[in-house]
Design a protein around this ligand. Structure first.
Ligand SMILES: *[C@@H]1O[C@H](CO)[C@@H](O)[C@H](O)[C@H]1NC(C)=O
Ligand SMILES: *[C@@H]1O[C@H](CO)[C@@H](O)[C@H](O)[C@H]1NC(C)=O
Ligand SMILES: *[C@@H]1O[C@H](CO)[C@@H](O)[C@H](O)[C@H]1NC(C)=O
Length: 834
């Protein structure tokens, strides 16, 4: 009994703690070290205390103990003045070692002054600053005091910063700062610029801040920034300041849910902008341009911050954003992205190719879209250098191999051990408590919550599909207690993990009644995740279809984001195509999988009053059950499609590289045809059994869609198909299939077939294949062709109204919400809408 009480209390305390941690909604760094090197006085800036050098000696291992003060009076009188007055000198290799309790992104900030000290002159210093695998700084040269800022990814539990002076020279440091940064700050979503190939692995690169600019506003100092960053004004970078004007509306800035937060940039940055000076001339046609000095030979991560503080109404502003000569955000439309709210914070990330000049040019200019008044704005800009291929951010070709961990802080170790023991005790306690509770729970289990089986869920689904959209918080019968999920997944046993995605881990699970499930557990810190969690519940509770993965339940207790799906025995389609060593699928099986997933998508597009666009169609989102029946999964990015009187939904570009509709990318306008494009890529993937983007291949082969289209246009697609299929596909079947995939990849959405057409053509390709395998080839194939020829012609027929009826007859309806009814429905709606 006492045991239970104590642990109830502990859990209560823990929950209260979590509550405050989550709801104050400010990022709190797990590790932070601030050192005022060379001075035996603390310096306080804002709320940060920079420790006196003697108090920080436990972090340092150095043969020297040389502390210097400056004699110069050229140090600028800023907040940071106090940090630059003193320096520590290192004549031999020296190390700072910091314990890192939270692995991931960490800021490292070096404060360096070029002004002479008592005896040492920094201009003759020659040194390297490095961390394991990365050189941060190689020779400091500057005319004024400088703060060099790095954002590195730490994977071990300590960070060793090494200062290595050159022979007969020395290194110095005025101040040093090591602070945890939120990992969500740098995600793997940045888009490449010429070539527009995604830059993979951004979250693990070492970055150095080169410029961080507050457009149209004043300097924002570290103490006024949510993450201790400094933002400088943009005026000195403007090419022609006569073309630009400042605007400011700091109090109206709004952070959207699931998008930018104050951690990305504070309101003082989002609330001011530099805009085109176009007020007096509706015929204005010029760019506002900035030139930023950068180092040659590196790639740069560039983040644009936007917030429409310039317009008066929500449909005024369309503009172009150029990075170098590339129009990276053509006809950019902020308000639509923000669901018609002005002054909403938005950022966009890009990675440049290797820069070969000493300037990076950024321009904004009017777009000709929609006859809008010419205007363009930019609120903030960050330019960060990405480490080169040897891991360096300075101009060196080699990086010292990772040096030993130096002297360790005993205090740190002791604190670590105590904290470790406390955590272990807490977890053990929690475990016993939960076990106990579970035993009790099990008694009531069948009464409190019965997992809906897949069959029963149809009724549950229809119960909700007629209402208006439900939010994740509302109680609609799928909610499952956390303890039941814990029990089903053996308390989230790591060895039960069957997948890891952007959203979080996916576990295999089994409820006490034997229902097998897949449990997707979101990372509760991710804002993005919350939005996707809601979308997925809303979408899946409305849709029930044989070819869509069913949602069995969800759990949002204790800020958990858990989704429970029917278990798909055979995993993803992707895993059966390449990379996993699973046996290769036959052509007929592949066709059936394509047909099944086409059916699922077709239902999404047409089976409900408003079309639903999946937005992330890819082979990893097509799952296979124990009979290899295909089901489309992952509705986290789905959007409700256009209303009948509109033709597109304008929205932020999301989706997976290699599958992304180029038209959607260009115009940010979403239609069902974007899914058709992605599905076309899947078709080629199925045929060629290779990744859609494979950077290890020669250039022309990297992108599967481009490569396959090249061969298809030459009529030689058979040259590049999966060798396992060679000789096993009937040429007619291959031709039909390839033709279908090709049409899906048409440049313009209007030229692509509908999902219904795709479905029909795939079925036809299957017929052509089966005719030869099981029957007398001559006789049957002609029969089939005679039987199906009207539809075949329709594929190339522009008159969709007449083709509709014929399609309906041809498609065998194998399920409740199958093709034909919805087809008729969609056609009815179409003709009535006109
Ligand atoms: C910075 O913060 C201080 C107080 O913390 C405030 O008085 C000042 O106005 C802020 N400056 C800006 C530019 O926001
Ligand atoms: C704006 O800059 C881009 C990229 O340099 C250029 O292609 C475009 O023509 C410029 N527009 C105007 C109106 O000068
Ligand atoms: C940055 O360094 C890492 C590790 O040294 C390396 O794997 C990566 O390729 C480098 N980045 C670039 C852009 O070369």
């Amino acid at each position: 009994m006492i045991e239970t009480c104590v642990f109830k209390l502990l859990i209560w305390v823990f929950c209260v703690f979590l509550y405050f941690a989550c709801f104050s909604c400010q990022f709190v760094p797990a590790d932070k070290y601030y050192i005022n090197c060379g001075s035996n006085e603390n310096v306080t800036i804002g709320s940060q205390v920079y420790l006196a050098d003697n108090l920080a000696s436990k972090y340092l291992s150095s043969p020297d103990n040389i502390l210097e003060a400056t004699t110069s009076n050229s140090i600028p009188q800023t907040d940071e003045f106090g940090l630059y007055k003193n320096a520590r000198i290192f004549t031999k290799s020296s190390k700072y070692t910091f314990k890192i309790s939270q692995k991931g992104r960490v800021w490292i900030r070096l404060y360096l002054s070029p002004f002479v000290f008592n005896t040492y002159n920094p201009s003759s210093a020659k040194f390297l600053v490095s961390i394991p695998n990365h050189v941060l700084l190689n020779d400091f040269k500057s005319d004024s005091v400088a703060k060099r800022e790095f954002l590195v990814n730490i994977t071990s539990d300590s960070l060793v910063i090494t200062l290595s002076p050159s022979e007969n020279s020395f290194a110095f440091l005025n101040a040093l700062e090591v602070v945890s940064a939120p990992d969500f700050l740098i995600t793997d979503d940045a888009q490449g610029v010429s070539p527009a190939v995604k830059f993979e692995g951004l979250p693990t690169q070492a970055l150095q801040t080169i410029r961080r600019v507050n457009m149209g506003g004043p300097t924002v100092t570290a103490k006024n920034d949510t993450l201790g960053r400094t933002w400088e004004p943009d005026t000195k970078y403007l090419l022609d300041s006569n073309l630009a004007r400042n605007v400011s509306k700091i109090n109206s800035v709004r952070y959207p849910s699931g998008g930018a937060t104050a951690e990305f940039a504070p309101k003082t940055v989002y609330g001011t902008a530099t805009k085109m000076r176009s007020e007096d001339d509706p015929g204005s046609n010029f760019n506002v341009t900035w030139d930023f000095p950068v180092d040659q030979g590196f790639r740069y991560f560039v983040r644009f911050h936007f917030c429409d503080v310039a317009s008066n109404s929500t449909n005024d502003l369309y503009f172009n954003v150029y990075l170098g000569p590339s129009n990276v955000l053509p006809d950019f439309d902020l308000t639509t992205i923000n669901q018609n709210f002005l002054a909403t914070a938005v950022y966009r990330d890009f990675v440049t190719s290797t820069i070969s000049s000493s300037n990076l040019r950024v321009s904004i200019g009017p777009s000709s879209f929609g006859n809008s008044y010419p205007d363009a704005i930019l609120n903030g800009l960050e330019i960060m250098k990405i480490n080169n291929s040897v891991g360096s951010l300075g101009g060196v070709d080699t990086v010292p191999s990772s040096s030993g961990s130096g002297s360790k802080s005993n205090v740190g170790v002791i604190v670590g051990v105590i904290a470790g023991i406390a955590i272990v005790l807490f977890i053990v306690g929690l475990f016993f408590y939960i076990r106990r509770k579970r035993r009790l729970e099990r008694l009531h289990h069948s009464k409190t919550w019965v997992p809906l089986s897949v069959n029963a869920s149809y009724t549950m689904g229809s119960k909700f599909s007629n209402g208006t959209t439900t939010s994740a918080g509302s109680d609609f019968g799928y909610r499952c207690p956390f303890v039941a999920v814990q029990e089903a997944t053996n308390n989230f046993d790591e060895s039960w993990v069957i997948g890891i995605g952007g959203f979080g881990k996916v576990y295999k699970g089994e409820f006490s009644d034997g229902t097998k499930v897949a449990v997707k557990r979101g990372n509760p810190r991710s804002q993005q995740g919350l939005a996707e969690f809601r979308t997925e519940i809303e979408m899946l509770s409305q849709f029930r279809h044989r070819h869509l993965v069913s949602l069995i339940g969800y759990c949002d207790e204790k800020s958990e984001m858990i989704l429970i799906y029917e278990y798909m025995e055979n995993g993803t389609l992707k895993s059966h195509l390449y990379g996993s060593g699973l046996p290769s699928l036959g052509w007929k099986e592949r066709l059936e999988i394509c047909i099944g997933s086409a059916r699922g998508l077709h239902y999404l597009h047409t089976g409900y009053a408003k079309a639903v666009i999946h937005r992330d169609v890819k082979s990893a989102n097509i799952l296979l059950d124990e009979t290899f029946l295909a089901k489309v999964a992952d509705f986290g990015l789905s959007k409700t499609g256009p209303e009948l009187d509109q033709t597109h939904v304008s929205t932020a570009v999301k989706g997976s590289f290699g599958y992304l509709d180029p038209e959607y990318f260009r115009r940010q306008q979403l239609t069902e045809k974007s899914d058709v494009y992605s599905f076309g890529v899947v078709l080629f993937e199925v045929l060629c059994a290779r990744p859609v983007i494979d950077p290890s291949l020669p250039r022309e082969m990297v992108n599967l869609a481009e490569w396959a289209m090249k061969w298809q246009k030459r009529g030689q697609l058979d040259q590049i198909i999966d060798p396992n299929l060679a000789g096993k596909i009937k040429p007619d079947s291959l031709r039909k299939f390839a033709e279908t995939a090709e049409k899906c990849l048409a440049d313009f959405g209007v030229d692509r077939p509908s999902m219904g057409d795709v479905l029909w053509n795939l079925e036809y390709a299957l017929q052509l294949q089966e005719a030869v395998l099981h029957n007398d080839p001559e006789e049957n194939s002609t029969n089939i062709i005679r039987e199906l020829s009207p539809q075949l012609n329709n594929f190339n027929n522009d008159d969709s109204t007449t083709s509709a009826g014929q399609h309906d007859m041809s498609v065998v309806d194998d399920d409740l919400s199958g093709v034909s009814m919805s087809r008729v429905f969609s056609q009815l709606v179409k003709s009535e809408g006109r």
